[in-house]
Design a protein around this ligand. Structure first.
Ligand SMILES: Cc1ncc(COP(=O)(O)O)c(C=O)c1O
Length: 442
């Protein structure tokens, strides 16, 4: 018997749909990770959105909590599937203070095991199987599986621009492009049910202005389309006033959480996603959340979330950590300083080689255009360049494949995977490669 006959049709489809294109090479790089004394020739997996910059600070704080605090009895029991009340209260205060900037209430929050679970469950509850969610391209490749594998929602990549220099003042998403997407989808018999924005964006690091978000929210509410803004990188902000990069930001657009617009509108069509995986570099804790004023959605979420809920022990540790606002303020200050330092290092290399990039305002990335080095302007050419860089330098970028943008030769570089002194070695290797390798467009 064919082993695939033993599984469901859904399982067969999922088997055929790998989560992302770079996993195999990533595991190869992990086997050979760079270390200055133990493995100086090792690899740099700058493809995976991990953040190690603040871990030492967090680790000692978490160790202190485990040594000094008494584990509450609720940590060992079942609890509210949306999250334990005291934890939800602590996170509501954290979000109000450090992300959103206006008060939000715990009853408008639901937690699942990582944002991946939140995405899966949110779209499952907001749309029907076969409906479409729209993402301005380029967008996080894994959204496709998050919304597709179990909820059965389709991904539509909306092209808002051709070249990356069109993104220097932000993502040009407006009413016209949304109307066009709606028309295209309706003409092909598809239902546009959800619009997802990542703010700050993965991979471009761009942010949406308040005015733009308000216009988009109005349009979505008018068309009964759910607008979800993913602020997973909301505290990973670059200091755009840093003298080495300040000239890259002529337009005064700074990050302001969508939570403010939600608080003013309280519409059932507006939602916000957040997770502690990135800003706090604790992807292994698996804690994500949705913030929404849609009561029916949250009631359904409570009933469906038992399969996705966060361990109470993890909620307890995180609660202790987030209660200490002085610590969090200090952590975020130091983290953003280090993130900016890494970003500046990368940008200096890009400037040296006149490589186009999107000036980032936040996130863990720089989105760069290496199309001048492509042998051929195709997916195959893009993959060949990606592997050539990896084999020659040990530096693994994220290839553009899966981000949904039509241009070839764009790559994402993660600035926070390594501490600055290690990142410097990776950049030196890239520098040597770029000097030696002839641009095909020269
Ligand atoms: C935009 C975006 N959303 C969601 C996730 C997944 O988050 P989590 O680790 O909390 O599941 C990622 C991880 O890279 C991401 O970049």
């Amino acid at each position: 018997m064919n082993p695939t006959d033993t599984i469901s049709d859904r399982a067969k489809a999922i088997m055929e749909s790998p989560m992302r294109a770079d996993l195999e090479v990533y595991f190869d790089a992990l086997e050979n990770l760079y270390h200055p004394s133990k493995n100086p020739q090792g690899a740099f997996p700058l493809n995976m959105a991990e953040n190690t910059l603040g871990w030492n600070l967090l680790k000692s704080k978490i160790q202190q909590i485990q040594e000094n605090e008494i584990v509450p009895d609720w940590a060992s029991k079942y609890g509210n599937t949306l999250g334990v009340d005291s934890f939800r209260e602590t996170v509501a205060q954290f979000l109000s203070t450090f992300l959103i900037g206006c008060p939000i209430q715990q009853e408008h929050l639901a937690f699942s095991s990582g944002l991946t679970s939140v995405i899966d469950l949110s779209v499952f509850l907001l749309a029907n199987e076969g409906d479409t969610a729209v993402f301005p391209a380029p967008a996080y490749p894994v959204y496709k599986n998050d919304i597709g594998a179990i909820p059965g929602i389709k991904r539509f990549d909306l092209q808002t621009h051709d070249t990356i220099d069109e993104l220097s003042a932000g993502i040009p998403l407006d009413e016209k492009s949304l109307r066009q997407a709606l028309k295209t989808l309706e003409e092909s018999g598809e239902r546009f049910k959800i619009l997802v924005l990542t703010h700050p964006d993965n991979p471009t690091g761009a942010v949406y202005s308040d005015k733009q978000l308000t216009l988009i929210a109005d349009w979505c509410i008018d068309h009964r389309i759910h607008l979800v803004v993913n602020e997973i990188y909301g505290c990973s902000l670059i200091d755009t006033n840093h003298p080495a990069i300040a000239g890259d930001y002529p337009a005064q657009v700074s990050f302001r959480s969508f939570g403010n617009i939600m608080a003013a509108y309280k519409s059932p069509y507006l939602h916000l996603w957040y997770s502690f995986s990135k800003d706090f570099g604790i992807s292994g804790f698996r804690v994500g959340l949705v913030h929404s004023y849609n009561e029916a959605f949250l009631n359904a979420y409570a009933n469906a979330n038992l399969t996705h809920s966060v361990s109470n022990y993890t909620q307890w540790i995180l609660q202790c950590l987030l209660e200490d606002h002085d610590f969090i303020a200090d952590y975020l200050r130091q983290y953003q300083k280090e993130l900016t330092a890494c970003y500046v290092m990368v940008v200096e290399l890009l400037k040296k080689h006149q490589i186009p990039y999107v000036p980032s305002r936040g996130s863990l990335f720089v989105w760069i255009d290496l199309s001048d080095w492509l042998e051929e302007n195709t997916d195959i050419g893009q993959e060949a360049l990606w592997l050539d860089i990896y084999h020659a330098t040990g530096v693994l970028l994220t290839p553009g494949e899966g981000f949904g943008h039509r241009q070839k030769g764009h790559f994402r570089l993660v600035i926070s995977y390594h501490i600055p002194s290690h990142l410097r070695v990776a950049l030196q290797r890239l520098d040597d490669y770029l000097q030696k390798t002839v641009r095909t467009k020269d």
